[in-house]
Design a protein around this ligand. Sequence first.
Ligand code: FES
Length: 106
Amino acid sequence: MPIITWRDANGSKTSIEVDPGANLMRAAVAAGIDGIYGDCGGALACATCHVVPDAAWAERVGPAGVMEDEMLDMVEGQRMPTSRLSCQLQARDDLEGLILDVPVAS
Ligand code: FES
């Protein structure tokens, strides 16, 4: 199972072992990651699951889809070039060690 790490604005990290195929927004909410709320349940309607993959991981994580890209314009925190909505991300074995930054006002 890949270990995924969420890093807050202060640099504090929380690492969680996540089942392959599991939704990363749901994993973060279940673990109580501050700043990840998932208000819409993953329906691409709230942007409260904003994460920014560490630059070293951006290519492997991949770009946002069209609808996700539009919703990313609605995030409260600053949108970054590699920003993603974590409800659209699933854990995979090749994401072992992934670091996701959680913007201050997501
Ligand atoms: S949980 Fe609402 S857009 Fe991701």
